[in-house]
Every structure is written in structure tokens, then in C-alpha cells.
Design a protein around this ligand. Structure first.
Ligand SMILES: C[S@@+](CC[C@H](N)C(=O)[O-])C[C@H]1O[C@@H](n2cnc3c(N)ncnc32)[C@H](O)[C@@H]1O
Length: 341
């Protein structure tokens, strides 16, 4: 999944810093806060950790149900009588074979729909409707984890064939070739180690309900772009509340999902509040030299909690669907703080 701030390319850097600071990161309890696509949770799971992952966007948690929740392909014995299959391949084949329907996603996100938005080809928009409706029909039959897993697979497959340059703030005027391919639900790869719990909520609300962790990893938004505004279409597919959308690009109402970490006048207080709610041996935090919080300020707050070191690496910026070297001064920073007992 293309995602602003995705750390998948920085895992090696994060691991090197953990080793340098002598943090034990294997077989421990980790909170991955602001977890997005779950790339950092994935790293810790591969090291057999118990991970509790938290993000306030439903599509982010659905993505993590897709690729991180199950240790092997789940069986769908609940659907055997309805579909005729219980294994994942059979279920995905069945969903892939459904005939398209003209429903909410057709009306809102393709050019033959009422609002003429070109996020998906007409046939893919109809498929999204048919598959989303079918998964919803199964909601009361399936355990919630399996339901979320199937929703995550649909969301990820739809993202793959979207007619966008990576975010959903706009659709492309000209069709990109991937968007004209037929959407196909694919089986994810499964991680065989570790254990994860997934939480869709605000990170501070999450921390207030948890006890101590070995490592708390933080990856807050660092600029004023609000995630719900940039990934609204994916949120609509996952939440499926069929709400009335706004404007040319069909934006959801996201007032209660706005992040204070992306608002200059709130970010300092919110950061201090976040740090004050952490109980852990180590705080590990990613940020950028371009962020709205200055690194000196972050250092000052973390140092009050314990010995802190700042690492950095030059980084290529995510820009639409390509990586650019343009801003060579851009640095990705990692803070590690060993909290005083
Ligand atoms: C920089 S991205 C995280 C990227 C992630 N580490 C990855 O590798 O994909 C920031 C994430 O923070 C989430 N977020 C922002 N404010 C939040 C809050 N107050 N509580 C929970 N999640 C929040 C956003 O939805 C977004 O997914």
C-alpha cells in the first residue's frame, strides 16, 4: 500500500539504531502507536514480539488485519454451507467471481455514477459494491477478526487499481494502466511468529488503558496533511456507512478523526501529553527534520524522561507515486529514550 510516512524502507535504519542503543527488541512487548500500514509492527512480529498496534483510521487497522493478524490462512468453516468452501482460496475465488452491482461505490467513485468521479473503472467500482455487500452479509456469521481480514483484503485490492497517484485527495484525469486492470482479491503472505492486538482509537486514549510496555514506538504525522482527508475513499470502503460525500473528490466528514499532531497550534501540548502517558523501558520515535515540531523541542521533552539519543539518515521524500531525490537535506530522525525507572 502506498502510504504517506510508511516506514517500510526505514526498517534497516530503525534496527541499526536499536542495536546501537543496545535495546533488546526480540521477544518483548511493544506498542506501535500511529501504526499506519503496520510496517513497524511487522518488523517486531518477525522478532517474535507481542505487539499492540494503534491507529485512529479504520482502513489502517483493516490493512493490518489483512497482513498481520493471522499466523496462517484462516479457515472459514462458518461459510461452508453458504459458499461451498471453507479455505481462503475458495472464499476469495467466490468473491472474485461475483457479478458487479451498481451501488454506493459505483455512484460515488466511477465516471458512470451520479458524481462522475474517476477513482475506479466502472467495472471495478461495481465489483467493489458486490464484494463489499457480500462481506457485509457475512458480518453476523463471521468472527470480527475474519470479517476485518476480508474487508482489509478488499480495501488493499481496490487501492491497487485506484486511478490515483497514491493518495485520494484527487483522482487522475488520464487513466493509469493499473486502474484499467480488473481488481482481484489476493491472499496475503502470513507472518508465522509473534502476536498482535489491533486498536482503532486515539493513541492517548489507548495509552491511558494500558500498563507498561518494553518498547513504545511512535510515528506521528509530521506535517499538516490530515490522513483522513488523503485516504477518504479507503475509509469509505472499510467503514461502509454509505454516508453522503462532499465536493469534487467525495470527501468524508472527518472532523472527529483530525489529528492534533498535524495542527501547529496543538502539536506541542499534544506531544507532551503523549509522552507523559507512556510507561515503558524505551521510547523510540520517528520524525522528520521537516516536521512541525523541531528536533530540539522533542529532545528537551524526551531528556526529561531519561537518557536520549538522536539518530538521522538522509531520506527520499514520498511524492505522488514516485520517490524523488529533490530535497537532499531532508532527514529522517529517530529518537531513542531509555526511561528512568
Ligand atoms: C506517519 S503515519 C504512520 C506510518 C506507519 N508507521 C507506517 O509505517 O505505515 C501516521 C499515522 O498516525 C495516525 N494518527 C494520526 N493521529 C493519530 C492519533 N491521534 N491517534 C491515533 N492515530 C493517529 C494516522 O492515521 C497515520 O496512519
Amino acid at each position: 500500500m502506498k502510504y504517506i510516512g510508511n516506514k517500510s524502507r526505514l526498517i534497516g535504519f530503525i534496527e541499526d539504531c536499536l542495536k546501537d542503543f543496545k535495546v533488546d527488541y526480540k521477544n518483548v512487548k511493544v506498542y506501535d502507536l500511529f501504526s499506519g500500514t503496520g510496517s513497524v509492527s511487522e518488523f517486531f512480529l518477525k522478532h517474535n514480539c507481542k505487539v499492540l498496534s494503534c491507529d485512529n483510521m479504520n482502513y489502517a487497522i483493516a490493512e493490518q488485519y489483512r497482513k498481520l493478524f493471522f499466523r496462517k490462512a484462516p479457515e472459514f468453516n462458518e461459510l461452508k454451507k453458504i459458499v461451498g468452501y471453507e479455505n481462503l482460496d475458495g472464499i476469495l475465488n467466490y468473491l472474485n467471481g461475483l457479478e458487479g452491482e451498481k451501488g454506493y461505490f459505483f455512484e460515488n467513485f466511477c465516471e458512470e455514477g451520479k458524481y462522475k468521479r474517476k477513482f475506479f473503472s466502472v467495472s471495478n467500482a461495481k465489483k467493489i459494491d458486490a464484494i463489499r455487500n457480500k462481506i457485509e452479509d457475512w458480518k453476523d456469521i463471521l468472527p470480527i477478526e475474519k470479517y476485518n481480514f476480508l474487508v482489509g483484503i478488499l480495501m488493499n485490492s481496490a487501492d491497487f487499481v485506484s486511478n490515483t497517484a497514491g493518495t485520494y485527495g484527487a483522482y487522475l484525469k488520464i487513466w493509469r494502466s493499473m486502474a484499467l486492470k480488473e481488481m482481484k482479491l489476493e491472499k496475503p503472505e502470513f507472518i508465522s511468529t509473534g502476536k498482535i492486538e489491533l486498536y482503532t482509537c486515539d493513541v492517548i486514549d489507548f495509552l491511558k488503558k494500558q500498563d507498561k510496555a518494553d518498547i513504545v514506538y511512535l510515528d506521528p504525522p509530521y506535517n499538516s496533511r490530515q490522513y483522513p482527508a488523503n485516504f477518504s475513499v479507503l475509509e469509505s470502503i472499510v467503514v461502509n456507512d454509505k454516508q453522503m460525500l462532499n465536493g469534487k473528490t467525495g470527501l468524508r466528514n472527518y472532523e472527529n478523526q483530525k489529528s492534533k499532531f498535524a495542527i501547529k497550534k496543538y502539536v506541542k501540548d499534544e506531544f507532551v501529553n503523549l509522552i507523559n502517558n507512556i510507561k515503558a523501558d524505551y521510547i523510540v520515535m520517528s520524525y522528520s527534520t521537516e516536521g512541525i515540531l523541531k528536533s530540539d523541542f522533542i529532545m528537551e521533552i524526551l531528556k526529561q524522561k531519561g537518557k536520549t539519543k538522536m539518530y538521522n539518515t538522509s531520506y527520499r521524500r514520498f511524492k505522488t507515486n514516485s520517490w524523488t531525490e529533490k530535497n537532499t537535506n531532508l532527514k529522517e530522525i529517530l529518537f531513542i529514550c531509555k526511561m528512568k525507572i
